[in-house]
Design a protein around this ligand. Sequence first.
Ligand code: UDP
Length: 502
Amino acid sequence: MAVKDEQHSPLHILLFPFLAPGHLIPIADMAALFASRGVRCTILTTPVNAAIIRSAVDRANDAFRGSDCPAIDISVVPFPDVGLPPGVENGNALTSPADRLKFFQAVAELREPFDRFLADNHPDAVVSDSFFHWSTDAAAEHGVPRLGFLGSSMFAGSCNESTLRNNPLETAADDPDALVSLPGLPHRVELRRSQMMDPKKRPDHWALLESVNAADQKSFGEVFNSFHELEPDYVEHYQTTLGRRTWLVGPVALASKDMAGRGSTSARSPDADSCLRWLDTKQPGSVVYVSFGTLIRFSPAELHELARGLDLSGKNFVWVLGRAGPDSSEWMPQGFADLITPRGDRGFIIRGWAPQMLILTHRALGGFVTHCGWNSTLESVSAGVPMVTWPRFADQFQNEKLIVEVLKVGVSIGAKDYGSGIENHDVIRGEVIAESIGKLMGSSEESDAIQRKAKDLGAEARSAVENGGSSYNDVGRLMDELMARRSSVKVGEDIIPTNDGL
Ligand code: UDP
């Protein structure tokens, strides 16, 4: 029996992120986290996507220099030629359903470089984005344990699992406002029909979710960017009721060595620096931060109402508008421009990439209007900042339930219609937006309770990743298990697959 020879070399983990910023950023953070625990990490991705995580990886490697922590590598492979324009390699660059189809074809073709990496390098494990469902079989063929990474909450994962198992929309009333229960969960979870992904309207999406769930289920296990204290009932549900092996290693953003540039492809936006200086001039808890992640586009009518809502709320605000989007002449209400001048001094607009972690952790922050993307949600939780929830699609309506009904650290704006980042949405009136911000950041008993709960949860999030905390311990447990597996794997010329869940 030949035991893998480099018994004392560090574990080597391949991380394989999906091609969207919200998937790449936590994977780069996870690499920094694992490397800080002595694991050699390689991230496999394409050139444009490598640029998104380059600064996070460089800063982590700078921080590790001179220590025992192995440097993180990025293995860059060409983006498959599927007829997309040069440079379009990421979900946030897609503007039409036709491009989306080509993009998913390219995603499928990444199996070849993934296979090649495993064949050439035999890592000890792979953390694969769950969207690469085929990577379960590919990893098994190479005898490499695959850890699925859904990039969402365990709550949303459990909602998905229940939805796929029971397809509750099939028997629900046709009325878009009909309440649909998701069976078999620790809490009563009900969504409006209009807030759910309808398999009849989106059969491809449903099929993808089915493949993702099946692939994660037959993996060696699953890692979550979450922590036990946040959603203990859903950890129990996953592990005991569903019998799935999970490790909770988050919030991974707290491992980032690059709070300022994390996720940004360009040199730091001048807006970012002035924004932080502007925040320094504001009273603690007086500013609401407004950002909808990296994939969502608002129509001019929605932007108009949001601007009115921010004005009517009477609160200071930082609003991330990004570079793309309609010209301000198409949506800016009269008088709004004055609010963002030094004289008006009510608001700050960031056109470009915002240093979200630095903004959320600034003492001037009092609330976050968010689309409930899981990274933004967990970053807000970690910073102790309560949320106004404004979901649009994917896991966002489920995360809203977790934030508002289970954790009680948010106020819902009342979004009802499920639709992707590039689809049109119902316009929510400025008055409603202002009222939700008021409920979150006001001085009523309800606001106080939400703000207190958010602060407590933030403290728990930060403790979870400290030495001896629940996520710290889960990382250790995972590494011990992978190390033990390495010792027990017999190798001759080739690694022989074992039957331990691959
Ligand atoms: N982000 C950022 N600056 C921006 C926009 C986004 O740092 O200007 C980061 C944000 O902190 C989060 C990620 O991008 O880590 C967005 O992920 P999320 O899951 O919240 O939303 P998605 O973009 O995937 O919908």
